[in-house]
Design a binder for this molecule. Structure first.
Ligand code: M6R
Length: 609
């Protein structure tokens, strides 16, 4: 949830730290802070608000000097959004300075213990407690003090610590919150994701849970919190700079919507053999036997990833004829689920770091399920916990509102369903036909993107309305949920998504004159039924915006506005139908003057419960 960047080397680091922090601002942005060691003393500058506010404050104080430092963007958990609660935090005795991502669950007990020892606190955060604890245990060896403190801690952490008495040393540790260490020439940069590292070095390694790294400009040492040495695998970072830059677009969300055709082409590359009617998924090949024998699948995710999982549920049952259920990971993990033999749990996650999805997957594994991942971030925590999986390959997603990851997730679930279907009952011809259609998706999305100006005009008509409905059936019921989520998270318009048939069971009472109701009304098995639902809304004064299939000459007589998508088999239609909804949400947010990439109260990945 928070962004972490730290540096030790020979360069003056303020500018370098801030540049990295800006790349991580999507991870959390309610406050920001920086600290360096300047002439042997720690200096901290922090403020509520964005990195830009921090830059202003730094200018006021004349900037920070020093060749070692750390900075942080916060998404508040413990303690309100105030200057004292912003990171870095310091201790009151040993000259310790610390930044943290995660939650220290036993902070209250630790705080009482430290208060009894005479420490005084200046914030309401769990993080300050950890800084004090390290200070309390410090006896001339920062690495040892961090290890000892972390042995007392329960909860999740990605931390970086420095100390006035060891003025070129950073110590970092991880449990549950990602941290990467970039290895440069006489310098190291530690960050919560690779995008803050890649402009300095392409060599990096990820810390594992319960690992600690001590870095100085001359080298590093990794160990566990019990001081057992470990050898990390330094690898090439697979991030291109252009993937994390705006490249002429106004917002990352807009860029990522327009990137979808290219992103999906990447997802499909080498995985589709339409001639032979075959799907090639190297990531699950080792478990092919067990998967073919599987009796049931449980798809786990949160937010947008759950909506993709719900489409996966329909596809696995419809195409592969295997029992499937999609669930909120947060509910699954606590409801004492029954896992029968032959169950496969599929975690769907862009970041691969979502706390609830990770916990639910571990719960399913513990109870005997085989664990598969449908993940974007390579080497992320969830990816590493799975027995096998298929990466999305859509590139880094920076916009807080997930877009290209959603179509990537649906695309991978389609491949997975067809992979399974071919090994169960689907003929090569049937599979080949589906694959041929699947290959047309990128080009069909291009055609929808070309209607951007019209989609903006339609959005403009309704943008002042505060309540919207999104309705769909079958495969496009989850698409309706996704359309509503996109609109509410970035434009703050109240929007509800639901199965179109559910409307009559209560929500129809909401419909009043001019209320926008977005129907996904493409050609499919339930088209006529959707048309009846449209009539019901119109009869009560609602304004219908229909997402319909090109060539549907009837729909314009029933809907106030129509956005057309190319024809495609129903199972594949969510990947097209969602695109106009993403663009509507984007335009609504821009028209309302909101910060599209940093919507209020949200952060890109939810690494706490
Ligand atoms: O990284 P994940 O896919 O696991 O994230 C899950 C949700 O937190 C995420 O999809 C969230 O709902 C997005 N803000 C939606 O745009």
């Amino acid at each position: 949830m928070c962004g972490i960047v730290a540096y030790t080397g020979s360069k003056s680091c303020q500018h370098l730290l801030l540049e990295g922090l800006k790349r991580l601002e999507y991870r959390g942005y309610d406050s920001a802070g920086i600290a360096t060691i300047e002439n042997g003393r720690i200096r901290v500058v922090k403020t509520v608000g964005r990195v830009a506010n921090l830059e202003d404050k730094l200018e006021e104080v004349g900037g920070l000097r020093g060749t070692i430092g750390m900075c942080h963007t916060r998404w508040a958990t413990h303690g309100g959004v105030t200057d004292p609660n912003a990171h870095p935090h310091t201790d009151d005795r040993a000259g310790i300075c610390l930044i943290h991502n995660g939650i220290i669950e036993n902070y209250a007990a630790l705080k009482t213990y430290l208060q009894e020892k005479g420490h005084t606190f200046s914030s309401d955060t769990d993080t300050e407690v950890l800084a004090m604890l390290i200070g309390e245990l410090y006896d001339g060896d920062l690495e040892a003090a961090v290890q000892a403190a972390l042995r007392e801690v329960t909860g999740a952490y990605g931390i970086v610590v420095m100390c006035e008495r060891e003025p070129d040393t950073l110590v970092a540790a991880r449990k549950g919150s990602p941290l990467m260490v970039g290895v440069g020439d006489g310098e190291f940069i530690i960050a919560s994701d690779g995008s803050a590292i890649v402009s300095h070095t392409s060599q990096a390694f990820a810390l594992e849970d319960y690992q600690v790294v001590k870095v100085t400009p001359t080298g590093f040492r990794t160990s566990t919190i019990h001081n057992v040495p470990v050898t990390p695998k330094v690898q090439q970072l697979e991030i291109e700079l252009e993937e994390i830059e705006l490249g002429g677009f106004s917002h990352f969300m807009q860029k990522e919507i327009f990137e979808q055709p290219k992103a999906l082409a990447n997802t499909f590359r080498g995985r589709i053999d339409a001639k032979e009617g075959k799907v090639v998924l190297g990531g699950v090949a080792t478990l092919a036997k067990e998967l073919i024998r599987a009796r049931r699948t449980i798809l786990l995710g949160q937010g947008t990833a759950l909506h993709a999982a719900m489409i996966g549920e329909y596809m696995l049952e419809d195409l592969a004829k295997i029992g499937a259920v999609a669930e909120y990971a947060s509910e699954f993990r606590y409801r004492n689920p029954i896992i029968e033999e032959g169950t496969v749990a599929i975690a769907v996650s862009q970041s691969g770091e979502t706390a609830d999805t990770l916990a639910a997957l571990l719960e399913a594994k513990e109870r005997g399920a085989l664990a598969l991942g449908v993940i974007n971030v390579v080497g992320s925590t969830i990816a590493r916990e799975t027995d096998a999986g298929v990466y999305l390959r859509v590139g880094p997603e920076i916009g807080v509102a997930s877009t290209k990851a959603f179509v990537g997730q649906v695309a991978v679930l389609t491949l997975l369903a067809l992979w399974w279907a071919r090994r169960r009952q689907m003929s090569a011809d049937q599979c080949a036909e589906m694959l041929r259609h699947l290959e047309t998706v990128p080009e069909k999305i291009e055609r929808i993107l070309a209607q951007d100006a019209q989609i903006r005009r339609v959005t403009e008509k309704y943008v002042e309305r505060e309540n919207w409905l999104f309705l769909g059936r079958g495969y496009n019921y989850p698409t309706a949920l996704e359309g509503a989520l996109k609109l509410k998270e970035i434009s703050y318009i109240h929007a509800e998504g639901m199965p179109a048939a559910e409307m009559k069971h209560g929500p129809i009472a909401l419909i009043n004159d001019g209320m926008p109701a977005v129907f996904i009304a493409n050609r499919g098995r339930q088209y006529d039924k959707v048309m009846s639902n449209i009539a019901e809304v119109k009869a009560r004064g609602g304004h219908v915006i229909a997402v319909a299939t090109e060539g549907d000459t009837q729909i314009a007589k029933h809907a106030h506005d129509v956005l057309y998508i190319p024809d495609i088999p129903e199972a594949l239609s969510p990947m097209l139908a969602v695109v106009p909804l993403q663009l509507m949400a984007y335009h609504a947010a821009v028209l309302r003057g909101h910060d599209v990439d940093k919507p209020r109260n949200l952060a890109k990945s939810v690494t706490v419960e």
